[in-house]
Design a protein around this ligand. Structure first.
Ligand code: SF4
Length: 330
C-alpha cells in the first residue's frame, strides 16, 4: 500500500518534494565531492532530551516534558567503549546534561580516559549547591565547558531561550570566571556557542567572536576563551517552527545558496561518532535527531568491535546543508 503520510521508512519527512531542494548527495556530486569517514577521534555523548528550557532552535525538541535520559547502565557501557578506543575528545551534550542524575558518574568515568572532556551547559539547568558541586567536579577534572549563549542582546536571547535566561546565564558566567573558567593562565576553558535567533545565517566567525568578547566584557565584565557560531539545523523544533511560520522554503534556499564545498573536508561527522541516550551509535547528533543510525541499523556501544574505517559512508540528509553553509559546522 502506498505511504500517504509523506514520511520515509526511517520516519523522516523528505524535504525535496515541493520545496525545490537539490538532494545533498547531488550537490556533493556536482562539486566532485562525496562525504565519507576519516579516522574517528571524537565521541559525542548525548545524555538525553530532558531540559529546563524549550529553545526555539533545538533540533532534538528537548524540554521539561522529556523523560529520555541516559541510565547508569548505559553510562557504564559508554565509559567502557571510551576505554576500548583511543578517542582524543569526548563531548557530553543533551538536552541539559546537568539534569541527568548520574552525570557525575559519567564525568568521573570519562575524564581519565581522554585528553579533552567537554560538557555542554545552558547555564540555567541547575543552581545553588547542585551547581557548585558540579562546578567543583569540572574544575577537578579540567572539563572544558561549552555554554549556550545566543546573543549579547538580552531581548533577542530571551526570545530564543525563554524570559529571564540571559540574566541567569550572566550570573553563572560570572561565577565561572570567579572559579577560573575563561581566565588566562588557569587552563580552565570556557567556550560559548551561539545560534542565530531566527531563520538566517550566523555572522562570520571572527567578527562574531570579536563582538561577543567586546560586549560581554563591556556590559557584564565576563571573559571567555572561544566562541563558536553555527547555523540552525532544520530538524526538530526548529523545523516545526520554520514550517509553521512558512519560513522553511526560504531558509532551505538560504542554506543551499551558501553551500561551501571547501567546508566538506572538515565536517565533524568525518571524525566523530555520536552515542544516543540509550547507547546507540550515530554519525552525528543531527542524524540522531533524524533517527538515522550508523550504517542504517541500531548498534549498541557494548556490541561495537571496531570503529568505522576511513572511507566508510555517512548517512546524509537535506539538513546537512546547515553544516556546509558559509564557514561550515565543524
Ligand atoms: S548533519 Fe552535518 S555532521 Fe551530520 S552527516 Fe550531515 S554534514 Fe555531517
Amino acid at each position: 500500500m502506498a505511504d500517504t503520510t509523506g514520511k520515509r521508512c526511517d520516519g523522516t519527512t523528505p524535504l525535496r518534494q515541493g520545496e525545490g531542494i537539490e538532494p545533498f548527495a547531488d550537490t556533493l556530486a556536482r562539486h566532485g565531492l562525496s562525504l565519507a569517514r576519516d579516522r574517528v577521534h571524537t565521541l559525542q555523548v548525548n545524555t538525553g532530551y530532558l531540559c529546563n528550557l524549550r529553545c526555539r532552535h533545538c533540533h532534538h525538541e528537548a524540554g521539561p516534558g522529556r523523560n529520555e535520559i541516559m541510565s547508569r547502565a548505559t553510562m557504564e557501557a559508554v565509559v567502557s567503549f571510551a576505554r576500548r578506543f583511543p578517542f582524543q575528545a569526548v563531548d557530553v551534550t543533551g538536552g541539559a546534561p546537568e539534569l541527568v542524575p548520574d552525570l557525575p558518574f559519567l564525568v568521573d568515568g570519562l575524564a581519565p580516559l581522554v585528553p579533552r572532556l567537554i560538557l555542554r551547559t545552558n547555564l540555567s539547568a541547575v543552581s545553588g549547591a547542585e551547581w557548585e558541586s558540579l562546578l567543583a567536579l569540572c574544575v577537578a577534572h579540567r572539563v572544558v565547558l561549552v555554554a549556550s549563549f545566543p546573543s549579547t542582546n538580552p531581548s533577542q536571547a530571551d526570545a530564543q531561550r525563554g524570559a529571564g535566561t540571559t540574566e541567569t546565564a550572566i550570573a553563572v558566567l560570572k561565577r565561572l570566571n570567579a572559579a577560573g573558567y575563561g581566565v588566562e593562565g588557569t587552563r580552565l576553558e570556557l567556550d560559548l556557542v551561539s545560534n542565530p535567533v531566527g531563520s538566517f545565517l550566523p555572522m562570520p566567525h571572527d567578527s562574531a567572536e570579536r563582538k561577543f568578547r567586546h560586549d560581554l566584557l563591556r556590559k557584564w565584565g565576563v571573559a571567555f576563551n572561544r566562541q563558536h557560531t553555527f547555523a540552525n539545523v532544520p530538524l526538530g523544533r526548529f523545523r516545526d517552527w520554520l514550517l509553521r511560520t512558512e519560513n522553511n522554503e526560504r531558509y532551505m534556499k538560504t542554506l543551499t545558496d551558501a553551500f561551501n564545498p571547501s567546508a566538506v573536508e572538515g565536517l565533524m561527522c568525518r571524525t566523530l561518532l555520536s552515542v544516543s541516550w540509550d547507547g546507540c551509535l550515530y554519525d552525528c547528533d543531527f542524524n540522531l535527531a533524524a533517527d538515522r543510525p550508523v550504517a542504517g541499523r541500531k548498534i549498541h556501544v557494548s556490541d561495537v568491535r571496531d570503529l568505522p574505517s576511513p572511507g566508510a559512508p555517512i548517512a546524509i540528509g537535506e539538513y546537512c546543508y546547515a553544516c556546509t553553509a558559509g564557514s561550515g559546522f565543524t
